[in-house]
Design a binder for this molecule. Structure first.
Ligand code: UDX
Length: 408
């Protein structure tokens, strides 16, 4: 928002984050964001404070970006959003708009209104669609911006903050804005579960899944994005948001069976990778060492939350295997049976199998000969299609398929 020219004050309950931001240090890894921070601090467009009144008392708009973690029953925990609303209520200046950016279940705007309990304050919903690893690009080039409010005037006031951003702009109601977020994430998760299931079928039928995805994606009703097969989907959003949408439907006495199916299919995708490794190593992982490339839930982020890579590794260790992993941005991860190496070659040394679980670009230029000569086995399982399979096969690698292709 500061990069759009607005005067922004950031507040956080964690003083170390505030101090880091003041010093121009990002508490997370996100490509391009560090340069943006330096620019807006230099222009005096962004300040950070641990004093809530300093942030709130003069603000025309207050964006709530606090976590909505998953509760035991799968629903979204709104306690941080409500606590933030209560903390700011007496500090807000008349006419201010409190904008929920956090991913919140339908009906949350009313709960925020109740927590603030002031007639001279407006509440709007402005869901975020940025992807980790591409956050700056997605903020500057969104597919759409959505703002929901009780009145079109309030919604327009919030949307005007994005006047410099060219894209479709959706002014709608609070519940519609809240649901657009969950429905979009859940639809993408369902799409990816289908993609991974079809990729497994391609494997069984002896068809190249990339060609099948290209053929599918040329249908503009399907679209050619989010068609990359992998070891399953993960991260801080899809797993939490699919469960939350199922719980929202449940709270209305409704069922969305497709969501439960997508979550189950995703678990199967993780299991399929572990099965493939075990089958390739003679049916048992006991005493076997497996080298893994990638721990983060996808490339270009340091985030391992609900990472499919970790789910697969837990299954390999659960079956008696020892895992040695390398990730460009993760140098610490506590999991019994997992050790981290500081290079792909170090991870591969002595391993019976090599498994690629995150699509880091640097893995494309790994030297097949060097890696295979360091390994004790020749099994390679590339769940992200980063390797040039022909090159690795001519170098001696075997790419075991999930099941033996059946001639039709
Ligand atoms: C997601 C949504 O994309 C974003 O709009 C929302 O704001 C937050 O949640 P993010 O969690 O950063 O963003 O990850 P995303 O890029 O969507 O990937 C989610 C998972 O799907 C990752 O595990 C990724 O590896 C996997 N994926 C994605 C695939 O396996 N294949 C694909 O083609 C795309």
């Amino acid at each position: 928002m500061a990069s759009l020219g607005h005067d922004v004050v950031g507040y956080d309950i964690d003083p170390s984050k505030v101090d880091q931001l003041k010093a121009g240090i990002l508490p997370i890894y996100e490509p391009g964001l560090d340069q943006m921070l330096t620019d807006v601090l230099a222009k005096g467009k962004l300040r950070a404070t641990s004093k809530l009144a300093e942030a709130i008392s003069d603000a025309e708009f207050v964006f709530t970006c606090v976590p909505t973690p998953q509760d035991d029953d799968g629903s979204a925990d709104l306690s941080y959003v409500i606590a933030a609303s209560q903390a700011m209520k007496s500090l807000l200046k008349p006419g201010a708009v409190v904008v929920t950016k956090s991913t919140v279940p339908v009906g949350s705007a009313q709960r925020v209104e109740a927590a603030i309990d002031r007639d001279d304050i407006h509440v709007a919903s402005n869901p975020e669609f940025l992807r980790e690893g591409a956050a700056v690009y997605d903020f500057q080039n969104p597919d759409r911006i959505v703002v929901g409010a009780r009145s079109a005037d309030v919604a327009q006031r919030v949307m005007d903050l994005y006047a410099k951003v060219e894209c479709p702009k959706v002014l709608t109601s609070q519940p519609a804005a809240e649901l657009i977020k969950y429905a979009s994430n859940s639809f993408l998760a369902i799409k990816l579960s289908f993609v991974n299931d079809v990729a497994a079928l391609c494997e069984a039928a002896g068809a190249d899944s990339r060609e099948v995805m290209r053929g599918m994606g040329l249908d503009t009703r399907i679209g050619n994005r989010f068609l990359e097969p992998g070891p399953g989907w993960g991260g801080s959003c899809f797993p939490k948001d699919t469960r939350a949408l199922a719980s929202i439907a449940d709270s209305f006495g409704l069922q969305i069976p497709l969501i439960a199916a997508a979550i189950a299919s995703n678990e199967t995708a993780h299991k399929r990778v572990a099965d493939r490794v075990m089958n390739a190593l003679g049916g048992s992982l006991v005493g076997k060492t497996i080298a893994v490339l990638g721990l983060t839930f996808k490339a270009d982020t340091d985030d391992t939350r609900e990472s499919p890579a970790i789910s697969v590794i837990e299954r390999l260790i659960g079956r008696g295997g020892k895992v040695v992993a390398y990730d460009p941005l993760v140098n610490k991860y506590d999991l019994a049976g997992l050790s981290l190496a500081d290079s792909p070659i170090a991870a591969a040394t002595g391993a019976q199998a090599l498994v690629v679980l995150t699509e880091w670009a640097e893995f494309k230029s790994i030297d097949a000969k060097e890696i295979l000569s360091a390994m004790s086995g020749k099994v390679v399982i590339d769940t992200r299609n980063v390797f040039d399979q022909k090159t690795w096969e001519t170098t001696g690698a075997t790419f075991p398929s999930t099941v033996s292709p059946r001639t039709i």
